[in-house]
Design a protein. Sequence first.
Length: 647
Amino acid sequence: MRLSQGKLFEYDPGRLAERLEMRDRRIMIFGQPGTGKTSLAAGLAVQIAESGSVVRVMETDPGSPAFGVPGAVCLGIWREGQWARAEMEALCTLDAARFRLPLAAAVGHLAGSVTDGTLLLDAPGVIRGVAGAELLEALVRAAAVDLVLVLIREGQSLPLAHELNTLPVPWIGIQAPSAAHRPGKVARDRKRSQLWDHHLLGANQHQVDLGSLDLLGTPPRKAPEAWLGKQVAFLHGNRTLAFGEVAGLESGTLRVLLPAGTSPTDTLLVRDAGRDDSGLLVSGKRFAHNVVRYVPPSDLLPDAMVQGDANVRPLVHAGDVTATLMNGVFGDPLLHLRLRHQRRSLMFDLGDGSRLPARIAHQLSDVFISHAHVDHIAGFIWLLRSRIGEASLCRLYGPPGLAGHIEGLISGIRWDRIGDRGPRFEVLELHGDNLKRYALQAGKPGAKALADQPAPDGVLLDDPGFLVRAVTLDHGISVLAFAFEASRQINVRKEQLEQHRLEPGPWLTRLKHHILAGELDEMVLLPDGRSEMVASLAAGLTLTRQGVKLVYATDFADTLDNRKRLVGLAEAAHTLFCESTFSVREAEQARRTGHLTTRACAEIANQAQVEHLIPFHFSRRYESRPWEMYDEIAALCPRVVIPRPVP
């Protein structure tokens, strides 16, 4: 049956069921989102069930199912005026278009279990492009569909007209009701999350050795932040035996919430569905797909300055931090860390700063300088000039002797007109486990010694949200390598607050403090006058994510001691920014100048088991052939991030 002369069948489930003899058939309901597909399935189920036939529906949109479990294909049966879930196959994704082949396979498996009655397929609203065309044909074949109902809005064209007309089964067009609409994104996210929470109601926590599992589609094993809140399915063959959520990953042990009566198996499926920071079930970004981009945002560098430039500038998103190598992989070392949700920046090394706007200098609170070679400190003049008139203090950390170098740079300029408006700095030099401190101000003579400050375990700065530690390496002179370590992030699940009718307030700050301090037996007074234990509130209202670690190391010799110190600092880091100055063919040049080869860089990253390696500080002799350097590193280290320059 085909659409004739633009005529559409009326949206009337009773008349459709009668005219189309729907008993014991397999019917797919197809159309764009918000045209009433799910409502039509329910309406047809009522009519068919009244005739005495068993009616089943398959929810094939994992992102917006009408019932069952999101992130899965669910088969339900019509009972007492509603759908009751009978079977499911987990997909661990909300994206029907991206994972259309696994979706079609799951539909085929479940459809194969239906041997009687009527089966209705509520199809995803994927109606465009290659994804829509492939999915339409795949679902029809997988479920052995013998009729397609196409919902079309008045005045709109037929979706995938060519594909519909070449199907091996008939289709008819039905006019979508004018009142039908698609809920907004927030409403969809909330409804989906409610279904998922219902699935996990009364769940038990299981501990599983990640190394003992066969893994399918998983995030990296050494990245706990990529696992937390993820949907996971334990499989046996093609069957889903348990479908739950990751509560944490520590030292290779996965903590998983699974519904009562289900247990882990030896095969684990993970894709891209998981909790966001507010606790809603959403599609996560592919891990590492958007971790690194290669052109900083336009508020840092004008686009015109980087178009066609082979000296790519890696940019890393990690938690609440954005880190950018401002001068690229060949230019002067200068790593800019922006602390999101704060008007604050940090810098590691001070190479050429001429690309940066002055306002970045005003947001700098702390600068960490590896050593005083010109390509690592020359940008101080940009910082000094840009901070004229800035009242706040900027702290500079570095190896012994840094205060003298900074004093020399300041004193080399005439400040006769600056008065008391000269930029102020505090310089902190790392001497063993101690920081020697000095105060300097442009226009004021000399450096004033301040009281020393302890630096246990190399901790230079310990802020409420992060700390920065350093180790000393050998480059012929003392050089510092740095690690930025963010604190654990505790996010409150807003939908759970609303569900428990709890108002946000200072009590949430107290709750977070107790969680971070490990004080799980403490009691917290709630806005409604009740008191509950921290452990219970944390489990129901919050998501805790491990803080990320970024490590920056450049200009050091390839020695056993240097390797040991840096590997200890960088162990399991999210990203290691590591110098890779020379090709392996020029190992002797690297030895003479106290730098690393590509091989040494790769081996250090492997030994430290970092998640991402970003090599930089390449010698300019390779500027016309940078891919040789990346190829050498990639041959040894699969963790290397290979840039894709802007075309």
